[in-house]
Design a protein around this ligand. Structure first.
Ligand code: HEC
Ligand code: HEC
Length: 387
């Protein structure tokens, strides 16, 4: 009898152990970080005892499956991205100018940097940095360009420039390294990510880059609508531009047609995703004489429109407060700059789209289908700091 009880007791213990060991199919290693390390880190950081998974599930229509990022590197990168200690006066982190709830952009034309300084351009929204890579593709241009003037070819290069920029974080890389060494929570994070304590500037940049690349917005209403079309059309997108998408409202569908007719030659036909890139850079006729000439000749990066509802103000100088203002510009305000892109010209003249008020409103309504609520609040991209 005693033996039987013991047997069932130990069976119960084994079952509990086994079931605790599985959490949504993820193996839990109880000693992922040592107890002492986890307790120490928990004084500063709200991070789980085992790192969250970092995976982008691309929509089916991209045809590229999922992409998984090393979770230790992404976790380290997340902490670095949110750490104000990485800036000269310890007031600014990457996230100060790239706020998750507004699509990793900023809500002002020019962002506050360290020492009371301001950026000279509008913060760019993140959320498809990897898909920029996937979208523009190295085969097409030989590199992945970043910044409004496409001057950086990788997130590492971009981050180094931003950290060093006197208007932004004003830190040489050796100073960044010292600040990282100074913070106790980085030792266990580095040990997991790289197998050793903090020692290398490049490793800092690589971890930031993995995190930034993992920031992916691919589950907007629009993505869902295109996937639904694909899957109810035997896996083919043919005919999509002339069809209404059943997941979109009548107004959204109307706006979508206006977008395909007037905007997708540059911003891309998202539904054709990887296969059909728009332009990488263009002059969209904002000025006759540009104060900031961008790449040259008033050309700037064609930015992603993912989560564009949230990322205002708009353009490299944040000149437009609302999407209505943006649409007014394209509809009737394009100026005849000598390098105005041909997509926005008719003959020698700037294109006039002649949309009426209803059509302009429909276009704006359509642009809002690029909003991805899940992305804007996903825990894995959020601020891990307790203070
Ligand atoms: C003070 C504000 C500020 C801070 C801090 C800041 N950024 Fe930015 N970020 C910007 C601005 C402004 C731009 C556009 C600059 C330009 O094009 O010249 C930008 C552009 C970028 C881009 C290019 C996106 C694209 O599509 O080309 C990336 C990536 C980026 N930032 C990531 C980061 C990371 C990582 C950090 C921290 C190491 C950081 N930013 C810190 C303001 C900031
Ligand atoms: C000739 C190519 C081209 C066409 C066509 C075009 N755009 Fe743009 N778009 C650009 C460029 C380049 C920029 C950045 C310009 C700058 O900041 O100086 C831009 C910027 C934007 C922005 C600002 C995004 C941000 O994050 O600040 C929005 C919104 C936008 N375009 C929407 C549209 C809409 C809607 C249409 C169609 C009515 C359209 N675009 C047609 C090239 C184009």
């Amino acid at each position: 009898m005693k033996n039987k009880i013991l047997f069932f007791l130990s069976l119960a213990v084994i079952i509990t152990l086994v079931s605790c060991n599985k959490n949504n199919g993820v193996e839990i290693d109880y000693e992922y970080y040592t107890d002492a390390d986890y307790q120490m880190m928990s004084q500063y950081l709200d991070i789980p005892p085992v790192p969250m998974g970092y995976e982008d599930k691309f929509p089916d229509y991209y045809g590229v499956g999922n992409r998984t990022y090393n979770r230790d590197l992404a976790t380290l990168g997340r902490v670095l991205f949110y750490d104000k200690n990485l800036s000269d006066d310890r007031t600014i982190s990457c996230a100060s100018c790239h706020r998750q709830d507004i699509g990793f952009s900023d809500d002002v034309a020019f962002s506050d940097g360290v020492n009371g300084r301001k950026t000279t351009r509008n913060s760019l929204a993140l959320g498809s940095v990897f898909s920029f890579n996937e979208y523009y593709g190295s085969a097409i241009i030989g590199r992945v360009p970043f910044f409004w003037d496409n001057r950086a070819s990788s997130v590492q290069e971009q981050s180094k420039a931003t950290l060093g920029n006197p208007d932004e974080m004003n830190m040489a890389m050796h100073e960044v390294l010292d600040r990282v060494k100074e913070q106790p929570y980085y030792r266990p994070l580095f040990e997991k990510a790289y197998g050793h304590d903090v020692q290398d500037e490049q490793e800092i940049l690589d971890a930031i880059s993995i995190f930034v690349n993992s920031i992916g917005s691919f589950n907007s209403k629009y993505d869902q609508a295109v996937d639904q079309y694909l899957n109810s059309n035997n896996g083919s997108l043919s005919g999509i531009n002339s069809s209404d998408l059943s997941k979109l409202s009548a107004v959204e569908n109307k706006g979508r047609k206006l977008f395909v007719a007037n905007c997708s030659s540059c911003h891309g036909n998202i539904e054709e995703g990887v296969a059909a890139p728009g332009l990488i850079q263009a002059n969209n006729g904002l000025e006759m004489v540009y104060e900031d000439d961008g790449i040259g000749n008033g050309m700037f990066k064609v930015p992603t429109l993912r989560n564009v509802e949230k990322t205002g103000p708009y353009m490299h100088d944040g000149r437009f407060a609302t999407l209505e203002d943006v649409v007014d510009h394209y509809n009737e305000g394009i100026v005849n700059h000598s390098h105005l892109s041909t997509q926005l010209k008719v003959g020698n003249q700037p294109k006039r789209m002649n949309m009426n008020n209803q059509e302009k409103a429909a276009l704006v309504t359509f642009l809002k289908t690029y909003t991805d609520q899940e992305f804007l609040s996903a825990k894995k991209y959020s601020d891990p700091f307790k203070l």
